[in-house]
Design a binder for this molecule. Structure first.
Ligand SMILES: *Cc1c(COP(=O)(O)O)cnc(C)c1O
Length: 399
């Protein structure tokens, strides 16, 4: 078996089709699915050498698997990272990344606008192991500076945030983190690896829920951690092997095939999202539309600087609060009600009663998650059908 794709100076779309491919002796065109837990050795000596690490090769699927390795390698090539480690879900990636970098007695600063489960890990899980946490308004650099303590080891953020689509200044926050001796971890799910490169902006670690755009067709859970080889070796390699949040080879294979079409999907879904955002902004009963590349977005200039596109997700505020938002969602015929995102199917969610239900009303208010807010993940349907759908839903919402 050989790595057929050396990282020539290939552009992302090409890397996503060929990068990291390990061809077996059969010369298959499509990446093979190695649905195996273990590996056999030619001799007892070979097994010994494999375990000693003096001979390369796979040992056990919790440590590594050829299909998973192809996915990791393809992700690393895409991200421009030295190394990657795949995990069973996005949350496994976030948890392993943070726990790998933190010890009892350390402190983490995170932007308050986090994916619900990430907030749980920062606010409730890490403190159980003696890691203190401070949440800040991620758009306010002074709050990041003020929150730094001598024992702050990690700064953590998402941008664009969920669901308000705030844009955080990754380069500036990386500088603040590094000045204080901390590492910056970025959850880059909403931007996708194609629209924003946190490592190039100064981040030390990037994490993804591959469940979202990387699968892109709503099938499997997966996650990935990307960073320098040194950081993986020192902080993630052994904890991942020993604690076992390994990605299933089958799911890795689905993700690997998903990567081949990622650029086409993200471009199409992003173009539809930009168009839909403008249409929504002009509909009666829609109080506000948040889309990073619209001129009226509060961090529009930063979004244009930091991202190569506005993304595939829109947030909108309806006049009339929860009843109007529910009427809008219930009236949709093409767009489905679901809390997922990044899917080929357009999906809408009411964050206040679903993904962000756990937050107190005050916390939601503080985070700008109103009762009338909806988050729309734009899929691959014909954009004209989506426009028709939201137009009639907006009418129904006013009834
Ligand atoms: C979905 C998501 C996660 C968690 O990923 P899972 O694959 O569901 O575990 C983390 N962060 C963000 C921003 C997400 O959208």
């Amino acid at each position: 078996m050989s790595a057929s794709d050396k990282p020539l100076n290939l552009r992302p779309a090409t890397r996503l089709v060929h990068g990291g491919t390990l061809r077996s002796q059969f010369g298959e065109t499509s990446e093979a699915l190695f649905l195996t837990q273990g590996f056999v050795y030619d001799s007892a000596e070979a097994a010994e050498a494999r375990f000693k690490g003096t001979e390369p090769g796979f040992i056990y699927a919790r440590f590594g698997n050829p299909t998973v390795a192809m996915f990791e390698q393809r992700m690393a090539l895409l991200e421009g990272a030295e190394a990657a480690r795949a995990t069973a879900s996005g949350m496994a990636a976030v948890t392993a990344a943070l726990m790998g970098l933190l010890r009892a007695g350390d402190h983490i600063v995170a932007a308050r606008a986090l994916f619900g489960s990430c907030l749980y890990v920062v606010e409730e899980w890490l403190p159980r192991f003696g890691v203190a946490s401070t949440l800040v308004d991620g758009t306010d650099l002074d709050q990041w500076r003020a929150a730094m303590r001598p024992n702050t080891k990690v700064c953590f953020l998402e941008s664009p945030t969920n669901p308000q689509l705030e844009i955080l200044d990754v380069a500036a926050i990386a500088e603040i983190a590094h000045a204080g001796g901390a590492r910056l971890v970025v959850d880059n799910v909403f931007a996708t690896p194609l629209l924003q490169q946190p490592l190039a902006l100064g981040a030390d670690v990037v994490v993804y829920s591959a469940t979202k755009h990387i699968d892109g067709q709503g099938r499997c859970l997966g996650g990935v951690i990307l960073s320098s080889q040194k950081m993986i070796d020192e902080n993630f390699h052994n904890p991942l092997r020993q604690t076992g949040p390994a990605l299933s080879p089958f799911n890795a294979w689905v993700m690997l095939k998903g990567l081949e079409t990622l650029p086409v999907r993200v471009a199409q879904q992003g173009a539809s999202a930009a168009r839909l955002a403008d249409v929504l902004a002009g509909l009666p009963g829609v109080a506000r539309v948040l889309y990073p590349f619209r001129k009226d977005h509060p961090q529009h200039d930063l979004a244009r600087r930091q991202m190569a596109g506005g993304g595939t997700v829109i947030a909108l505020d309806l006049e009339g609060g929860k009843p109007a938002a529910f009427r809008f969602a219930n009236a949709l015929r093409v767009v489905k009600i679901s809390n997922n995102l990044g899917d080929a199917k357009s999906l809408i969610t009411h964050p206040a009663t679903t993904t962000h239900q756990r937050l107190s009303p005050e916390a939601r208010e503080k985070g700008g998650i109103g009762e009338g807010m909806l988050r729309l993940s734009v899929g691959l349907e014909d954009v004209e059908d989506l426009i028709d759908d939201v137009t009639q839903a907006a009418q129904a919402a006013r009834a």
